[in-house]
Design a protein around this ligand. Structure first.
Ligand code: D61
Ligand code: MG
Length: 413
């Protein structure tokens, strides 16, 4: 019923949503027959709401490697995220995780729901890992080792400075970017991207998650998790959790805007990274999550709801992004449009207004300088207007038909 209401409110979402639904049905049908690969792909669909579909569209070899890369790191992250595991148990597991992937007997039960299934049946993941090419295995092992060590370091350490924040995000997401670039290179279709650009791809996604998930992380049971750096929040409140109390609403929004401005720093690097990609499937795999991130930041900026519940892009808009992201022109248009949504939300009394505005303008300039912006009008906003006016016309035609039908049946009675 909720989705019917959503489609009625945004009728232009209907077609992309239908297409997305059919694509995910298709993906579910394509699950391989060998039990370990079947487990890995069905797990991927269960644990990764956003990445499964774009991973599914990669060529077979690279797809298998990225799928296992994802599941290995998701399992490592399940250990990191489980706040009920005592530190002295958790740290050695994180540090040795890169060796466990070679051991079909190894497993460690933790996490909940689908994550628990992934952990309990991890032998399927290690079996599949052992079937990958040596180049893929080495890249996955190397990143898992470095990420595990980084996570272990931050188990006993809080995110104090902005440098700590960047360092933590490097371990949990920047390294994924480095690893993916290596896998793309190993697949023979792409050049090896510079580490700093690969890192920015991960940082932009991770920081967006950390901003959006404030409430979920602070309310984590039995122990809250804190990723917002003290160097930023201490300018606004005495304790990070104070941001969620209604009496601090003004300060909370200012702090949130500071965090969004910080995340926007990575955009130019991300555009540069994506503009160097050649393969269409790899391009979409990289670009769709990035567009979702800038869309989420535009939605979160100056939005008190981040401290009250979940702020997410509506499913229809997500479906539209998946449907329409095919080349760099689409990416520039999307980044331009979403920064245009954010721009009018900047309040000149916000302590970081000037900084945020100059960030947004720098992003818009990068999109402009690509020279593709005037070729096509718009990505999200204009098409919504165009579609909705068409829909209003169709709506009235249908209404007229129903009305004339009803009046003719009444007349014949
Ligand atoms: C191109 C395309 C995709 C990219 C990329 C470049 C560069 C980096 C990334 C994806 C990684 C972005 C991570 C952002 C989401 N954050 C998390 O999931 C947090 O966990 C971090 C540690 C595990 C990372 C697992 C991962 C994620 C995405 C992948 C991947 C591996 C492998 C291949 C493709 C994508 C977060 O998780 C909790 C949650 O958000 O639910 C956390 O614990 O902080
Ligand atoms: Mg984590």
């Amino acid at each position: 019923m909720g989705s019917l209401a959503a489609v009625l409110r945004h009728p232009h979402d209907f077609y992309p949503l239908l297409k997305l639904k059919m694509a995910s049905r298709q993906a579910e049908k394509q699950i391989p027959s060998e039990p370990h690969w079947a487990f890995c792909y069905s797990m991927l669909h269960k644990v990764s709401r956003s990445f499964a579909l774009v991973i599914q569209q990669l060529g077979t070899d690279l797809r298998n490697a990225v799928c296992i890369f994802y599941l290995v790191l998701r399992a490592l992250d399940t250990v990191e995220d489980d706040t009920s595991i005592p530190t002295d148990v958790k740290v050695p597991i994180l540090i040795a995780f890169h060796r466990h992937v070679y051991d079909r007997e190894w497993h460690f039960s933790c996490g909940t729901k689908e994550y628990k299934v992934l952990m309990d049946q991890f032998h399927h993941v290690s079996t599949a890992f052992l079937e990958l090419g040596k180049g893929y295995q080495d890249a996955i092992e190397d990143i898992t080792k470095r990420m595990g060590a980084g996570m272990a370091k931050f188990i006993c350490k809080e995110v104090e400075s902005i440098d700590d924040y960047d360092e933590y995000c490097y371990y949990v997401a920047g390294l994924v970017g480095l690893g993916l670039s290596k896998l793309f290179y190993a697949s023979g279709t792409e050049d090896l991207a510079p580490d700093s650009l690969s890192n920015s791809m991960g940082l932009f996604l991770q920081k967006t998650n950390i901003i959006r998930d404030y409430l979920e992380d602070i309310n984590e049971i039995p122990k809250c998790r804190m990723f917002w750096p003290r160097e930023i929040w201490s300018k606004y409140v005495n304790k990070l959790e104070d941001l969620k109390y209604e009496e601090n609403s003004d300060k909370a929004v200012q702090c949130l805007n500071d965090m969004v401005t910080n995340a926007l720093m990575h955009v130019e690097d991300c555009l540069k990274y994506m503009s160097a990609l050649r393969d269409h499937a790899i391009f979409r795999f990289c670009a769709i999550p990035q567009i979702m991130a800038i869309g989420t930041l535009a939605l979160c900026y100056n939005n008190i709801e981040v401290f009250r519940g979940v702020v997410k892009m509506r499913r229809g808009l997500t479906a539209k992004v998946i449907d329409r992201t095919n080349n760099m022109t689409d990416v520039y248009l999307a980044f331009y449009d979403f920064s245009n949504i954010l721009k009018p939300k900047i309040n000149k009394n916000d302590p970081n207004a000037t900084k945020t505005l100059s960030r947004v303008e720098a992003i818009q300039k990068a999109c402009m300088d690509s020279g593709v912006l005037n070729k096509r009008k718009s990505y999200i906003i204009q098409s919504e207007l165009r579609y909705s006016s068409t829909m209003i016309v169709i709506f009235f035609i249908i209404l007229a038909i129903i009305f004339s039908y009803l009046s003719s049946t009444r007349a014949s009675k």
